[in-house]
Design a protein around this ligand. Structure first.
Ligand SMILES: [Zn+2]
Length: 483
């Protein structure tokens, strides 16, 4: 009976593909099942438990879990299993985008295709929402349930609730409790909090056992953030402010803070000399050593989100080439119009201080390299889908940037697999992904080339399995087709 059902499912899938009805918006996710057995045979296995490739392996999945792994000559495959021949290809764990943002408008046709499908089509099988956007933020939790139930297509979701954004919060304790009661996985804190509000919020989060992550509030600083035991820092670039001398005690509004910090940076950094010429590294070596020591003793990880800097540079200095990139076609047209008119957020922020924005990227790259060399835990994150950081596609740019800055491909992949699962374990008590081992969630990428040799190989996917649901390349292409 099971076999007949499975055959019908696949026939439906085939028919749906032929009739073209599985395009974005019109897809029928119920067609992709994760019931029963699936076997990947003859794959080159990259388990991510160590830097190895194991030839000619079979990986057996039952439902959404991996149940057996071994040489293809030894693992027996149940008669009713769906068999995927991976001869010549590489099987690696799915990637996590550990810092991104969903938006309720993803359901209203603002995007030409669902960003959730863009993540899957690029091998992102886990997303962590660092602040949903919409009228009722619980949509992110509903999407999570629907994805799990198979009525919506997408990666596994973890989500923060309402961001604690700017002081005065009024009732910081109440806000934290509300986020917790609604079922959000962690608390997100932002740059404009006072030390008092930050303290109250963190105390409450600790009481509730709620994981906390965020920016380093200007008035608090790294030392203060770690003293309050915030679990994680949202961006590597947050450390930039440690290199600027400024008075944390000032009472400023948001615009005033930015004007003050920008003015201080312009005054203190030798921007005209260029990063290399300015001697920045030498001048700030002591601060860097202090930061590393503080991060080490706190054990706090940071999200990388370097692609944002990369995209800013492209928007400022290579706009035409940027707009010509194929994935830009997925960005909502209203946003693209702003970009063409030079009215987009980053363009406005960097207007007249383009050199400072370029200098900042150099600082961030240096900081990234130093943190990596010092063994500070880092998490792969892109800050998609905002400000022209395209969901899914940006994960490959993030990986590329890590490798350009001294990571081996294995180390880069680790930030979005092994390291991600360690943090999710700490956050919600189960981090059952990130390696290919029996008992783990079946989040798997079948890749044509060897990603441990060339990180760019992950762009060329034969298919993606997300929580046991298999999406072939053909199906993924259907899901993200724009015409
Ligand atoms: Zn963010």
């Amino acid at each position: 009976m099971k076999r007949i059902l499975r055959t019908i499912t696949w026939l439906c899938l085939l028919l749906a593909m032929l009739s073209g009805c599985m395009v974005a918006g019109g897809h029928d996710p119920e067609q992709v099942s994760n019931v029963g057995y699936t076997a990947f045979i003859h794959v080159n296995l990259i388990p991510m438990t160590a830097e190895v490739v194991i030839a000619d392996q079979t990986v057996l999945i039952d439902g959404k879990k991996i149940v057996a792994i071994g040489p293809s000559s030894e693992v027996s495959i149940p008669e009713n299993a769906t068999v995927i021949d991976g001869e010549g290809a590489y099987l690696m764990p799915g990637l996590a985008d550990m810092h991104m943002h969903t938006n309720q408008d993803w359901d209203s046709g603002v995007w030409p295709v669902s960003p959730l499908a863009l993540y899957l089509a690029n091998g992102v099988t886990t997303i962590r929402d660092f602040g949903p956007t919409g009228r009722d933020l619980t949509y992110a939790l509903r999407w999570r349930e629907q994805i799990e139930a198979g009525t919506r297509i997408g990666p596994t979701i973890y989500a923060s609730g309402k961001i604690l954004f700017v002081s005065p919060l009024g009732d910081p304790q109440g806000l934290v409790r509300e986020n917790h009661e609604l079922g959000f996985d962690f608390l997100k804190l932002y740059s404009y909090l006072s030390p008092e509000d930050f303290h109250e919020a963190l105390i409450t989060a600790k009481e509730l056992g709620m994981y906390s992550a965020g920016h380093i509030p200007f008035a608090v600083g790294l030392e203060g953030v770690l003293a309050e035991d915030m679990n994680e820092i949202a961006h590597v670039e947050e450390l930039l402010f440690e290199f600027i001398e400024f008075d944390k005690g000032k009472k400023l509004d948001i615009d005033e803070w930015w004007a003050y910090l920008k003015g201080s940076a312009l005054e203190q950094f030798e921007i005209s000399a260029g990063f290399e010429g300015s001697g920045f590294e030498h001048q700030h070596a002591g601060t860097m050593a202090r930061i590393i020591e503080q991060l080490h003793s706190a054990g706090a990880p940071l999200c990388t989100t370097m692609v944002v800097d990369d995209v800013v540079q492209q928007k400022l200095f290579e706009l035409d080439a940027f707009l010509a990139r194929p994935e830009i076609g997925y960005i909502p047209t209203a946003y693209l119009d702003l970009l063409r008119q030079g009215e987009e957020k980053h363009q406005l922020q960097c207007k007249g201080i383009e050199d400072l924005c370029a200098f900042k990227y150099d600082i961030d790259r240096w900081v990234l390299t130093e943190l990596h060399q010092a063994g500070v835990p880092l998490l792969l994150g892109t800050d998609s889908a905002i400000l022209a950081v395209v969901p899914g596609f940006s994960i490959h740019d993030e990986l590329r940037i890590l490798v350009e800055n001294g990571f081996t491909p294995y180390e880069a992949i680790k930030t979005g697999t092994v390291n991600a699962s360690v943090v999710v374990e700490k956050m919600v008590g189960e981090g059952d992904f990130g390696t290919i081992e029996a008992g783990k969630r079946a989040d798997l990428l079948l890749v044509n080339g060897n990603p441990l040799e060339d990180i760019g190989a992950i762009r060329d996917l034969k298919g993606v399995m997300a929580a046991g649901r298999w999406y072939s390349r053909e199906l993924l292409d259907q899901l993200i087709a724009t015409d």
